[in-house]
Design a protein around this ligand. Structure first.
Ligand SMILES: NC(=O)c1ccc[n+]([C@@H]2O[C@H](COP(=O)([O-])OP(=O)(O)OC[C@H]3O[C@@H](n4cnc5c(N)ncnc54)[C@H](OP(=O)(O)O)[C@@H]3O)[C@@H](O)[C@H]2O)c1
Length: 292
C-alpha cells in the first residue's frame, strides 16, 4: 500500500495519477486527505480515501495503517509545516511504514532561503527519528512563477514583471514532472532508503520567463529587478502584510545566491527524458488561468 498525504492538493493529485499510470492498483493507493469530501474523484477511481488532518493527530493512525510506503507532502501553511510534519512522521513510524518519502525543497542543506527553513528542520527530524526515509527535494514549480499565485494578468497588462531575483537561475520544473519523479521513486524496485534526490528542471532566469510569456501572449513583457528592500516596501505598499512581503522578496532574492539552482540530473534521470520545457509549462499555466 502506498499512502499519499495532502492528496487533494495539486501536486498530491498528480502523484496519485502518476502511480495509477505506472500500474499501481487503485485500491493499493491511499489518498490521506484533510477533507475527504474533496476527494470524490479519487474515490471514483477506486483509490482508498481516508481522513488525515495534520492538525488533528487522532486522524493519522488509522489513515496510515497498512502503508508500506508513504509520501508526506507538507501543507502550504509554512508557519505550521514543522509541527505538522513532526506529527505525521511520528505516526508513520508507529504505523511501521517501510519508507517515508518527504516532499522537500531543493538544496535544503545549503539553502539560505527563509521558505526553506522549515524543510531543513523537518529533514533533520526525519533523519534523527530513525525512520527509513527518502528525500524528494523538489525544485520550484514553474506554474507558481507563471501565475498560479495570481498577479500575472497585472504584469502582462502593465508590460512589466517586477521581482528581486536578478539574473539568478531557477531549476524549475512542472508539478507534473516532479509528481512523476515521486511516483518513480515510490514504485522503484531498488531500495530507496537514505536516498536524497535534488529534483530540478532545465534552469531558467526571470528574463527567460518573461520572454516565454511575451512570446506566447504576443505582448511585450519586461523583467524589472528591484533591490530586495525596495521590493519588500513595494509589496507592503500594495497591501501585502510585512511578514509575507519579506518572505516573497527573500524568495526571489535568494535566486541571486543560487538557492533555486541545482546541477543535479536526478530529475531527467528518473523521468528518462528531459524535464518539460519552460515554455510548455508557462503556456499550460496561462491557459488554465485564462490568460491565453
Ligand atoms: N517546490 C515548489 O515550488 C513549491 C511551491 C509551492 C508549494 N510547495 C509545497 O508543496 C506542497 C504541495 O504543493 P501544491 O501546489 O500541491 O499545494 P496545494 O495545491 O495548495 O495543496 C496543499 C495541500 O495541503 C493540504 N493541507 C493543508 N493543510 C492540511 C492539514 N492540516 N492536514 C492535511 N493536509 C493539509 C491541502 O488540503 P485541502 O485540499 O483540504 O485544502 C492541500 O491538499 C505545498 O503544500 C508546499 O508545501 C512547493
Amino acid at each position: 500500500m502506498i499512502t499519499i498525504t495532502a492528496a487533494t492538493g495539486r501536486y498530491g493529485r498528480l502523484v496519485v495519477g502518476a502511480l495509477l499510470r505506472r500500474g499501481v492498483p487503485a485500491n493499493e493507493i491511499v489518498a490521506a486527505v484533510r477533507n475527504p469530501e474533496n476527494a470524490a474523484d479519487l474515490a471514483a477511481k477506486g483509490v482508498q480515501v481516508r481522513e488525515a488532518d495534520y492538525d488533528r493527530p487522532e486522524t493519522l493512525a488509522s489513515a496510515f495503517a497498512g502503508a508500506h510506503k508513504i509520501l508526506l507532502i507538507p501543507s502550504a501553511d509554512f508557519g505550521l509545516r514543522h509541527p505538522q510534519m513532526v506529527r505525521a512522521v511520528v505516526e508513520a513510524i508507529d504505523a511501521g511504514v517501510g519508507l517515508v518519502a518527504y516532499a522537500s525543497f531543493v538544496n535544503t542543506d545549503a539553502s539560505t532561503i527563509r521558505l526553506g527553513e522549515a524543510h531543513k528542520q523537518i529533514e533533520a527530524f526525519i533523519r534523527e527519528s530513525g525512520a527509513p526515509f527518502v528525500m524528494l527535494r523538489n525544485g520550484p514549480y514553474i506554474e507558481v512563477f507563471a501565475g498560479d499565485l495570481g498577479g500575472m494578468d497585472y504584469a502582462i497588462n502593465s508590460g512589466t514583471l517586477i521581482g528581486s531575483a536578478g539574473a539568478g537561475r531557477f531549476s524549475g520544473a512542472s508539478r507534473d514532472d516532479l509528481a512523476e519523479a515521486a511516483a518513480m521513486v515510490l514504485t522503484s524496485a531498488d531500495d530507496q532508503t537514505g536516498k536524497i534526490y535534488e529534483l530540478g528542471g532545465t534552469p531558467w532566469t526571470k528574463a527567460d520567463l518573461v520572454a516565454a510569456i511575451s512570446q506566447l501572449t504576443g505582448k511585450p513583457l519586461l523583467y524589472q529587478d528591484m533591490p530586495i528592500d525596495a521590493y519588500t516596501q513595494m509589496l507592503v505598499a500594495s497591501g501585502m502584510p510585512q511578514f509575507m512581503a519579506e518572505i516573497i522578496a527573500d524568495a526571489g532574492f535568494s535566486a541571486t545566491r543560487g538557492d533555486w539552482y541545482t546541477e543535479s540530473e536526478d530529475l531527467p534521470r528518473l523521468l528518462g527524458r528531459p524535464s518539460t520545457p519552460l515554455i510548455d509549462v508557462v503556456a499550460a499555466t496561462l491557459k488554465r488561468n485564462g490568460l491565453l
